[in-house]
Design a protein around this ligand. Sequence first.
Ligand code: NAD
Ligand code: UD1
Length: 352
Amino acid sequence: MTNKILVTGGAGYIGSHTCIALHETGYEVVVYDNLSNSSREAINRVSTLIGQTIEFIEGDIRDAEMLRQVFTSREFFGVIHFAGLKAVGESVAKPLLYYNNNVSGTINLLEVMAEYNIKNLVFSSSATVYGDPESLPIDENSPRSCTNPYGQSKLTVEHILEDLAVSDDSWNLVALRYFNPVGAHSSGQIGEDPNDIPNNLMPYISQVAVGKLKKLSIFGDDYPTIDGTGVRDFIHVTDLAQGHVSALNYLEQLTSSRSPSDMAKSVGFLPINLGTGKGTSVLELVNAFTEVTGRDIPHQFTGRRAGDIASCYASADKAKTLLGWQAELSIADMCQDTWRWQSQNPSGYNSH
Ligand code: NAD
Ligand code: UD1
């Protein structure tokens, strides 16, 4: 069986870390990315870190012809599909762009995969599909709902994958629902590199720490949480990357033990949370960052951000039982590694 994996969006934040984890486990990686939110430098650095040139193809998932060329000349075990746009605010301003890129792009990819009989997919979903959760921790059977086009695009893709699995039971479609990915590779060489002023908490904190931004605004101090600030399940990107390897290992074991008459062993549509199972408040994260790095993070409390929920953390049991995966790294590791990346690369991949 081939161990080649097509990684769409592999030049991005989570994709680049996953390429390293895949390589370390013996998978062969081909990255397919249109570089709309990433740079070639990320791929160069991944290549340096693994001591081998990563095969990189600049292309768009909406370009069926280009994808066909990729599938014609290579034999893949499956696809990890990170490619997508992810900014909630931008998705409200540009819904058609988000549906086109994230939904139409994924349909296009699935059609080409079907043409080449590649039926193993690991899809980047999000805890955002749970909306405002009814109960905590959130398990995979919790009701789903979304309030913005970004979240809706993820939920729509999940529905498409469910319908596809019903229509043809040879598909293995794993939707990994990430909670809040933070941190960077322990080398400090790759990390999150937002284009503009960050929307997300950890990159904002680290840019305040490095002096690029003056002050953090903490959105809300009156939530029904431990200290009034929002609570999230922050997960180290290295743990998250390992979760993808575990998902692929699971599919490999399953498909290699399957005889032609035993098709029932396909997983169909399989949603799995990737979180730590622990909630940390915004203020706790800010204090942890200061404690670990010695950098003061000036902050002020402002009103709640529209669309935010009070608390969100995962039940991580399914990933542990099914994939044998659990998060290992601590909040201190997340802060330390974010800071190493940020302080060594104050302007991200444009720093050198
Ligand atoms: P990212 O923006 O760093 O990476 C996404 C990559 O996809 C980028 O390199 C971008 O250039 C590429 N891309 C976008 N549209 C493309 C297209 N049409 N064709 C080819 N390449 C395309 O984002 P990330 O944080 O690494 O997220 C990866 C995936 O995980 C995304 O689908 C995102 O929605 C999802 N996700 C991210 C988070 C998070 O907090 N980072 C949380 C939950 C889910
Ligand atoms: C956000 C998105 C979610 C997406 C996820 C990962 C919204 C409403 N949700 O989740 O769809 O999947 O990012 O990309 O945008 N905070 C501050 N000050 C800041 C930034 C954030 O106090 O400058 C707080 C927020 O109010 C929240 C917590 O920090 O309580 C985490 O925020 P963030 O990192 O943006 O993640 P989410 O809102 O959980």
